[in-house]
Design a binder for this molecule. Structure first.
Ligand code: ARG
Length: 572
């Protein structure tokens, strides 16, 4: 562990234990970076009332009991503990970080974490909202795996339900091979709309569609074969999008709605027998306490409709039971649009009532905000509903190629860099704003080489690489020693040491934008360092020290971007 924030937190906790008794040794020390010192701990203020002592007195007692090796502690204001580290300590920690494969990221006690993300609907186009749940979910997977947890990816594909009646009939109408080709190429949305149009306007088609549904549900072999083909070809398109994006999802992670079909009757039985669910107006419902609708009437979570059909909530209840019982989840993350917030609150509450979600399992809805167009409405690709997501990604790549057009790369190199920059820009735009807020999809902004963008960070990496290239040096040959003379060197080293706690925070809070902000600050700290401190032209031993700092910055940036699923071009 090299992260000063984590190390100081431990020291403050030890001091709390010594000063006030062991029951205080696990208190959150509330440490933040500070403008008056390196760090500030605010725990004295939060504890004062419980201890019935003045905050400044509490702070003094902590300061007196604390290990002061390499750190100066001062009390300021109403009882802040201001902590300033010695330059030598920071430099020594940076050398340790540089020698560490994990770059100071602590190894967690492994937990079983299920992450539900992406989850497009087979009957419709994968839209830009699914793009965002896919990208954010995949980053959370990478971060949790890196921290040392066991992650199970679950792609809860929308691959079941009554619309498949009309989709199968439409497939038969236009001919299997023609239909399947269209699905594989991402034409699912138009296909769906055509089927819908016929369903609404053509009585015999409507009747055929309706009678197809029980055949599918009843497992009629010919119907099931068509349904399977439909899903199979649609999956090809999803996989193509995953491939272009470089996300880690494969067919192995598909656990679509259809998978739970055989469990639904049992889910309802179990809930009915335990009296968690009851019949209301012919439907089987759970009424989780605290949810009310209009007129303050209790809000039902309908798990079996009066016609005997099951819905989205039934499937999610089956999924939660499966994830806890079979997948042994300690924590389940649902990376899904914010608009489904009420649904998940009610599903979690019902699952707790049923005892499927017990106290030591946490279920969390990682709410994903909408992506908006320039008009402030839900984003639609330019030529309307029929434009495919793959075309949007292609456009990102060709625009990125244009951005680097004057750099004089060979066409093949330009295409490769354009791909990395274009896709990186789209991913970073999704990740760098807090996951629950909306943002406007804007190519010019996400592709800008300045500001908090993917290309800016990729460029920062390329610039550090070019320092080593110009000196004909290998970053791996510079393990230290590091000495900190200039303020910009000290600030850079301190920022580097913060990597471990940021990665930990992202895992705990499911907030990738914090890692983005950290990397952006790091790139800026490097720029200030580079502008004030010559590297290749410096005299020894300063040159070696600055090359070591540059090597460490390079590794932290590359590792950080990798956790975000963003590739870095060798040159840019
Ligand atoms: N297919 C759904 C949609 O597109 C998302 C499913 C999310 N996961 C879940 N367990 N409900 O809105």
């Amino acid at each position: 562990m090299t992260d000063p924030q984590l190390i100081l937190a431990e020291r403050v906790q030890q001091a709390l234990g010594t000063a006030f008794g062991q029951e205080y040794a696990s208190e959150d020390p509330l440490i933040r970076p500070s403008q008056f010192a390196d760090y500030q701990a605010n725990v004295a203020l939060s504890l004062a009332r419980r201890l019935r002592r003045a905050p400044r007195e509490v702070a003094q007692a902590v300061a007196d009991a604390m290990d002061h090796t390499d750190v100066a502690v001062e009390i300021s204001g109403p009882g802040f503990l201001n902590m300033t580290l010695s330059d030598d300590w920071i430099a020594a920690q940076a050398v340790i970080q540089l020698a560490d494969d994990r770059l100071g990221v602590p190894q967690a006690a492994p937990k079983s974490i299920v992450i539900d993300y992406s989850a497009p609907n087979a009957a419709k186009e994968m839209h830009v909202g699914h793009l965002r749940t896919t990208i954010v979910g995949d980053t959370l997977v990478r971060v949790h795996e890196h921290v040392g947890h066991d992650v199970t990816r679950q792609n809860h594909l929308g691959d079941w339900g009554t619309p498949f009646g009309m989709l199968i009939e439409h497939l038969i109408d236009i001919g299997e091979s023609e239909a399947l080709n269209r699905l594989a190429s991402g034409d699912g949305n138009a296909f769906y709309q055509e089927a819908r149009h016929k369903f609404d306007n053509d009585r015999t088609f409507e009747e055929r569609s309706r009678s197809r549904v029980p055949l599918l549900q009843g497992g009629d072999p010919a119907t099931l074969r068509l349904w399977r083909e439909f899903i199979e070809y649609t999956k090809r398109y999803f996989n193509h999008v995953y491939d272009v994006l470089g996300v880690t999802l494969t067919d192995d992670h598909i656990a679509g709605e259809s998978m739970y079909n055989t469990m639904l009757a049992d889910v309802c039985d179990e809930l009915e027998q335990s009296s968690v669910a009851q019949i209301s107006e012919g439907a089987l419902c759970v009424f989780p306490p605290g949810f009310t609708g209009r007129d303050d009437r209790p809000l039902p979570l309908i798990i079996r409709k009066s016609d005997g059909g099951y819905g989205y909530a039934t499937t999610d209840l089956a999924a939660i039971r499966y994830r806890v019982r079979d997948l042994k989840a300690d924590r389940i993350l649902y990376v899904v649009g914010a608009t489904q917030s009420l649904h998940f609150q009610m599903v979690f509450a019902a699952a707790r009532m049923a005892g499927w979600l017990h106290d030591d399992v946490s279920a969390e809805h990682v709410q994903i905000g909408s992506v908006l167009g320039a008009d402030g409405k839900m984003f639609k690709t330019r030529s309307g509903a029929s434009t495919k997501l793959t075309e949007l990604l292609d456009e990102a790549v060709s625009r990125a190629e244009a951005v680097i057009a004057e750099r004089g790369y060979e066409p093949a190199a330009r295409r490769e860099i354009g791909r990395q920059v274009g896709i990186g820009a789209v991913k970073y735009a999704d990740l760098s704003v807090s996951h629950d807020s909306e943002y406007v999809f804007d190519f010019d902004r996400m592709l800008a080489l300045t500001g908090n963008t993917g290309p800016y960070l990729q460029y920062a990496v390329a610039r550090i690489r070019s320092i080593f290239r110009r000196g004909e040096l290998d970053p791996a040959d510079f393990p230290g020693p590091i000495t900190l003379g200039e303020p910009a060197e000290r600030a850079l080293a301190l920022q580097l040491l913060g990597f471990g706690s940021i990665v930990e925070t992202v895992a705990e809070s499911s907030e990738p934008h914090r890692l983005c902000n950290y990397l952006f600050d790091l790139a800026q700290a490097f720029t200030s360092f580079f502008e004030t401190c010559p590297v290749l032209k410096a005299e020894e031993p300063v040159r070696t020290s600055r090359l070591a700092l540059s090597a460490l910055t390079l590794r932290v940036l590359v590792q950080g971007l990798d956790l975000l699923g963003i590739e870095v071009p060798e040159r840019m």
